[in-house]
Design a protein. Structure first.
Length: 288
């Protein structure tokens, strides 16, 4: 792993990914992959809200040229937010300009659809009309990239189940926990969630407190961001999740649902057994 770079690929897949921090950009640009035609991802966080992950998706005939441009300051046409870059190219050098423009458009589309990350791109370029065989090849290329990218810190394209039935879909992400419930104070309804792939998913339709009621914390910033971006909706005097949301921990989910700092390991309960999240987790460990 020279210069702190990471490389990833899948057997029998033509794609390859090289990732590195912005401080290792010179080392990254020296790699042969950087001179290829490909797609790149720039990641970072919103300085005003560290829970807000940001992602820019681009493409180029010579990716190194684009990265050098993005490394300039904002006033010089660059981008300040990013701290890490990932290059997605092909080992067989068969990706054309038309292919990577298709990939760029699809990744932006998938990122916005998953709604896990703030996609910095202002617009999504239209997909170029490719031959049917090429479209099939690019969709397979994307499916393989979506397997590898989370291992390198990009979760932007991971699907989030909307409800329990989707979580049990054999072709979708698998729930690793039972369904937990948490009541919203003052008769505000109930939220439902599950742990999936190391995240705590609160499902669409779950209740959420109508306002934040206790103290200024990072969770309050998260609550307000979800309120502003349309994750919540108000129906009949109650506030609910208009779409599912993947939280980093059960406590983050519990804080947002209840509108105040809350220990999610204790407050999320399996309705069928009465076990808390912490008790379920402990029970699971002893069962191994």
């Amino acid at each position: 792993m020279p210069g702190g770079l990471l490389t990833a690929e899948i057997m029998n897949w033509t794609g390859q990914i090289v990732a590195g921090s912005r401080s290792d950009l010179a080392v990254l640009l020296a790699r042969p992959e950087a001179a290829k035609t490909g797609v790149y991802f720039l990641t970072g966080v919103n300085e005003e809200d560290p829970d807000d992950q940001m992602l820019y998706i681009g493409e180029g005939d010579d990716v190194s040229t684009r990265l050098k441009m993005h490394n300039r300051g904002e006033l010089e046409g660059g981008k300040d937010f990013w701290t890490r870059a990932l290059l997605l190219t092909s080992k067989d050098a068969n990706l054309t300009k038309a292919h990577v423009r298709y990939l760029e458009s699809r990744f932006i589309e998938l990122g916005k659809l998953a709604d896990r990350t703030t996609i910095v791109n202002r617009t999504a370029p239209p997909r170029l009309p490719l031959p049917e065989a090429d479209i099939s090849d690019m969709e397979y290329f994307i499916s393989q990239a979506r397997i590898v990218l989370p291992l390198l810190g990009i979760d932007a394209f991971r699907e989030v189940p909307r409800n329990e039935s989707e979580a049990t879909d054999p072709d979708g992400p698998k729930a690793s926990s039972p369904v937990f419930e948490l009541g919203v104070p003052s008769g505000g309804g109930t939220a439902r969630g599950q742990e999936i792939d190391g995240e705590f998913i609160v499902y669409e339709g779950s209740a959420v407190r109508s306002k934040w009621v206790s103290g200024h914390t990072g969770y309050q910033k998260l609550y307000e961001r979800l309120r502003m971006d349309g994750t919540f909706e108000d129906i009949g005097g109650l506030r609910r999740f208009a779409r599912p949301y993947a939280f980093k921990s059960p406590s983050a989910a519990a804080a947002v649902v209840t509108g105040r700092p809350t220990n999610g390991r204790i407050s999320w309960i399996v309705s069928a057994t009465g076990l808390s999240y912490a008790q379920w987790q402990e029970q699971s460990i002893h069962a191994v």
